[in-house]
Design a protein around this ligand. Structure first.
Ligand SMILES: *[C@@H]1O[C@H](CO)[C@@H](O)[C@H](O)[C@H]1NC(C)=O
Ligand SMILES: *[C@@H]1O[C@H](CO)[C@@H](O)[C@H](O)[C@H]1NC(C)=O
Ligand SMILES: *[C@@H]1O[C@H](CO)[C@@H](O)[C@H](O)[C@H]1NC(C)=O
Ligand SMILES: *[C@@H]1O[C@H](CO)[C@@H](O)[C@H](O)[C@H]1NC(C)=O
Ligand SMILES: *[C@@H]1O[C@H](CO)[C@@H](O)[C@H](O)[C@H]1NC(C)=O
Length: 332
């Protein structure tokens, strides 16, 4: 009976894939629980046994509902360099995938409900040339811890794309073209110690209410290598941060209420791209608020060479874990 139903399901999916634009069968490699790799080929990417990984190795223009059919959970599904241009809503419906890597394709838009009601722990969508993410693209992912959207072409950070992600603690938007951060950008965050990486974007403006609605503690935000010329300290009011990193911007002025103390920042990281006047302001403001200020620009070349591997190892989060350089003596 079971076999009969299974056959019908596979047959139905074959029909569906033939009817949609996939005209040829797809090559993929399955890795079983003993790490043996077996090349496979079919209209549907399927398996009826437990698997560690599945890697699609063929061109697949659209990831559609019914393309994947696994009878058991799959730890890693890799769809890398497969020329994917479109992801249909609910394309993984009913599939238990833990880690999903859709990297180096040509996806322009991440649509509403692309990732919904799944058990995914991590999603990596790096290097796809993504221009936009629609509202509610990532919803009700109860196990999701990490979203990586690095090296795409996003110009807007759309916080409405994210909802009901109770375990999310890392979002990387490194190397995009985001130009500003609007009000309530992080109101979807539910977990303390959330880290947001915005390095290598084009941010020139941050709204005073950027963290409005943010109800969690100890956020880490890296804004290095952006185009900020001015930053208002009001953005921090009523919130707590583990790290605020602002290296390689062009900050000339600190604005906002410099005497309000209704916030906490453990560590602020700046460098000598900040001008002298703003540095004096930051120095006074951080001292007044007991913020540890670290200043990359204060270090000699030897010190930098020594510190670099430490920084990379800790992916920018635990800056100078063993060396604490303080820059309170006006060396910059
Ligand atoms: C991507 O796939 C194309 C063929 O479709 C191949 O020529 C190219 O080397 C691949 N690139 C990488 C980085 O794997
Ligand atoms: C959320 O997703 C889970 C599966 O991860 C599902 O069981 C649950 O019904 C979904 N909730 C809603 C409101 O859709
Ligand atoms: C901070 O919180 C206090 C008390 O809850 C409130 O009165 C004040 O308006 C808040 N300030 C900001 C900048 O949100
Ligand atoms: C700045 O903050 C201090 C302390 O909370 C407050 O007394 C003062 O009125 C604020 N100044 C302005 C201009 O809002
Ligand atoms: C900074 O530290 C000093 C000394 O420990 C303390 O008196 C002061 O209240 C602290 N300021 C803030 C904003 O936490």
């Amino acid at each position: 009976m079971y076999l009969y139903i299974f056959r019908i399901v596979v047959f139905w999916q074959l029909q569906k894939s033939v009817l949609s634009n996939t005209s040829s069968s797809i090559n993929y490699i399955v890795t079983d629980s003993d790490d043996n790799e077996t090349p496979q080929n079919g209209f549907v990417i399927f398996s009826s046994q437990p698997l560690n990984a599945v890697s699609v190795t063929d061109k697949v223009a659209t990831l559609f509902k019914g393309l994947f059919s696994f009878s058991y959970p799959v730890d890693i599904l890799r769809i890398q360099n497969c020329s994917v241009v479109e992801i249909d809503p609910d394309f993984l419906y009913g599939q238990e995938i833990t880690n999903l890597h859709i990297i180096r394709n040509n996806i322009k838009v991440i649509r509403t409900h692309s990732f919904r009601n799944l058990v995914l722990k991590s999603i990596d969508l790096s290097k796809n040339g993504i221009l936009a993410i629609e509202d509610m693209a990532f919803v009700n992912l109860s196990n999701l811890e990490e979203i990586r959207l690095s090296t795409n072409k996003l110009t807007v950070f759309n916080s409405r794309a994210f909802a009901s992600l109770p375990k999310l603690h890392l979002m990387s938007l490194m190397t995009n073209k985001i130009s500003h951060l609007g009000p309530s950008s992080l109101d979807f965050v539910q977990k303390n110690n959330f880290a947001l990486h915005l390095l290598y974007n084009r941010i020139t403006y941050i709204d005073d209410n950027v963290f409005k609605g943010l109800s969690v503690e100890d956020v880490a935000i890296t804004l290095d290598k952006n185009l900020l010329e001015e930053i208002s300290v009001n953005i921090f009011h009523n919130h707590t941060f583990d790290l605020v990193s602002l290296r390689k911007n062009k900050i000339r002025t600190l604005t906002g209420n410099l005497s309000a103390q209704n916030f906490r920042i453990k560590l602020m990281d700046i460098d000598d791209t900040i001008d002298k006047k703003a540095f004096k302001q930051i120095q006074a403001w951080t001292a007044w608020n007991n913020i540890t200020l670290e200043c990359w620009g204060c270090l000699s070349e030897t010190e930098k060479n020594f510190a670099q591997p430490l920084r990379l190892q800790n992916s920018f989060l635990m800056v100078f874990c063993t060396l604490v350089y303080k820059c309170l003596s006006g060396l910059c």
